[in-house]
Design a protein. Structure first.
Length: 102
């Protein structure tokens, strides 16, 4: 199981054991990461799981994620991702994500 680090809005670092095949959002909500609300349950509609990639490699965002980031999310940066749209793989071990401010 890869360990993903989420940096919460207050700066607290949370190391989360993520299961390959689950979304980063599911791993974060299971671990009660502050700031990951997941209001839409993973359908890329609300952007309440918005994070910034700090370290690591993630697959490119697909069209739905990119559109939601463009039209719904706030404080978007080049490193912005919706964690509901990223499926965990073993290769993501050591990835660091900063929870975006609301």
């Amino acid at each position: 199981m890869p360990t993903i680090t989420f940096v919460e809005p207050d700066g607290t670092r949370r190391d989360v054991s993520a299961h390959p095949g689950e979304s980063l959002m599911a791993a974060a909500t299971r671990a009660n990461v502050a700031g990951i609300i997941a209001e839409c349950g993973g359908s890329a509609m609300c952007a309440t799981c918005h994070c910034y990639l700090v370290a690591g490699d993630l697959p490119e965002a697909e069209a739905l994620e990119a559109e939601t980031l463009e039209f719904v999310a706030q404080n978007v940066q080049a490193s912005s991702r919706l964690t509901c749209q990223v499926t965990v793989t073993d290769a993501m071990a050591g990835t660091v994500l900063q929870v975006a401010p609301r």
